[in-house]
Design a protein around this ligand. Structure first.
Ligand code: NAD
Ligand code: DAU
Length: 347
């Protein structure tokens, strides 16, 4: 298989969790290439996620919305972009339940705008999707890339709509498009609204860990590093027009994940609180990742190591999350958890 080598990347959402890990990984591995991060800098987009890299001459930032086609087009033309990697999205399921419309704006319309720019300028586009598009997966099955999409939250529905636009643009216009569908990523710089950083930082602060329902939902907790290597494999060797699942292929329950976090941080299980469940909560995600393995890729971390490593990162990087936790995040936290935690012992 001959590797393709994109040189000028436009990485949308590159100040977010996975996007920033990808930019760091890509620049380490491909120092000859240039990366322009295109990011709206929402609450989840943080320049400090790339704090040590902004001085590099081959990295720059354009602050903008992916819905703004004119700015995306101009940026791609000025920068000589040959590949768009689209990480930009509203990403939190609970936020999509509280305020769903922005998920359609960014995840559906924003992706559509990027496809239009790619069509106009003849660019390759790689779209970052999620295992949530497959919906709840019954025991005994692992999702394969050709499975029907059955999203069940406003977030998942918006991601499924984006996937279908990408596939339709490949079929209709023959554009060079690819998709990866990632499992639950964990690792450095994940905004603490998500379960692993929320539980890690709550444990470090001595606050209760709000586990939704019985905590027996199953997730494939994959290290973000392995997501980045999977995306790289598809960019270099993936077949155009194809979809690739990226995960470890192994799940654990949320309660098992919580135990790993507590054990890693030396905290007690008495911090666990079972609280009112997320509406429409998908019970299990599980993906078959053989197609990506066929490109010579393999995950480095198993899920237990991935969760433990992530928890350790939050213990060692208070500088990153303490300002978030004491700022605007508090308002969201109150709205999401105050009532849920009231009456469970300690709020
Ligand atoms: P994140 O919420 O940490 O970051 C999202 C980034 O997108 C932020 O930098 C934000 O500022 C930017 N953004 C949001 N709206 C924008 C807009 N309209 N225009 C430009 N930039 C915008 O998200 P993440 O967890 O890093 O997820 C990145 C991608 O990976 C998303 O597409 C998500 O659906 C997908 N994904 C995430 C996971 C996971 O476990 N976190 C798993 C699989 C797939
Ligand atoms: O599966 C991939 C998806 O993983 C990505 O597409 C999403 O962008 C990302 O947010 C993540 O979605 P989840 O909803 O699975 O992740 P979250 O971290 O929010 O929750 C993980 C599990 O933990 C889930 O079963 C819900 C549960 N949970 C979550 C929170 C925030 C709790 O029990 N309590 C909580 O407070």
């Amino acid at each position: 298989m001959m590797d393709r080598h994109p040189q000028n990347l436009l990485v949308t959402g590159g100040c977010g969790f996975i996007g920033s890990n990808f930019v760091r990984y890509w620049l380490e591995r491909h120092p000859e290439s240039r990366v322009v991060v295109y990011d709206k800098l929402t609450y989840a987009g943080r320049q400090e996620n790339l704090h040590d890299l902004w001085e590099q001459p081959n990295l720059s930032l354009v602050v903008g919305d992916i819905v703004d086609g004119e700015l995306v087009r101009r940026t791609c033309q000025e920068q000589g972009t040959d590949l768009i990697v689209n990480f930009a999205a509203e990403t939190h399921v609970d936020q999509s339940i509280l305020g769903p419309l922005v998920f359609t704006d960014t995840n559906v319309r924003g992706t559509h705008v990027l496809l239009e720019v790619a069509r106009e300028l003849g660019l390759r586009l790689h779209h970052i999707s999620t295992d949530e598009v497959y919906g709840h997966i019954p025991e005994g099955h692992q999702s394969v890339e050709t499975d029907p999409l059955a999203p069940r939250s406003p977030y998942a529905a918006s991601k499924a709509a984006a996937d279908q636009l990408v596939q339709a643009y490949h079929i209709t216009y023959g554009l060079p498009l690819t998709i990866t569908r990632g499992a639950n990523n964990v690792g450095p710089y994940q905004y603490p609204e998500k379960a692993v950083p929320l539980f890690s930082t709550n444990a470090l602060l001595g606050e209760p860990l709000p586990v939704y329902g019985d905590g027996r939902q199953m997730r494939d907790y994959a290290h973000v590093h392995d997501h980045c290597t999977g995306i790289e494999a598809v960019l270099l060797r993936g077949e155009i027009g194809e979809v690739y699942n990226v995960g470890t292929g192994r799940e654990m329950t949320n309660l098992e994940m919580v135990d790993i976090v507590l054990e890693t941080l030396g905290k007690d299980r008495s911090l666990i609180r079972h609280v009112t469940d997320r509406p429409g909560h998908d019970r299990r995600y599980s993906m078959n990742v053989d197609k990506l393995r066929g490109l010579g890729w393999a995950p480095k971390y198993d899920p237990r190591q991935a969760v433990a490593e992530a928890a350790r990162w939050y213990a060692g990087n208070r500088w990153w999350w303490e300002p978030i936790r004491s700022g605007e995040f508090r308002e969201y936290y109150e709205k999401q958890y105050a009532e849920r935690l009231a009456g469970t012992g300690r709020a």
